[in-house]
Design a protein around this ligand. Structure first.
Ligand code: AMP
Length: 114
């Protein structure tokens, strides 16, 4: 599959700045520039897949989730609770075509989501 570059690719390659909070060989996590909660971090695989459905590597998918949990732990969200969100496609509101999980915390969330 052709790799389509996005703003997250530029962050991963350190071409543009980001507030990085967690990194492994395969995963990067950085603060969202338009936070929707007191804690709002994006967790991404360094390899580019346009959405979760195209992510054909289950091990990497697991590492993405591990990254989310590690971020929640390191930012002190475990006791209060947190939300992990992956938007896929237009109706879900996905705007960046590089799969990413949002880790949100620090306030009460509603269900169902808007
Ligand atoms: P989504 O709408 O699920 O595709 O989420 C994309 C997220 O990326 C949004 O919450 C944006 O605020 C965030 N975002 C866009 N550009 C940047 C950037 N340069 N650094 C950090 N977050 C960004």
């Amino acid at each position: 599959m052709a790799v389509r570059d996005t703003i997250f690719g530029k962050i991963i390659r350190r071409e543009i700045p980001a507030d990085i909070v967690y990194e492994t060989e395969e995963i990067l996590a950085f603060k969202d520039t338009q936070p929707q909660a007191p804690v709002h971090v994006l967790v991404v695989p360094k390899e580019q897949f346009p959405n979760i459905g195209k992510m054909d590597d289950p091990l990497l998918m697991g590492k993405l989730m591990q990254g989310c949990v590690a971020v929640a732990q390191s930012l002190g969200l475990v006791e209060s609770g947190y939300r992990i969100v992956i938007n896929s496609g237009v109706q879900a509101g996905q705007t960046v075509l590089h799969v990413h999980a949002h880790v949100l915390g620090g306030r009460q969330f509603l269900w169902p989501p808007g």
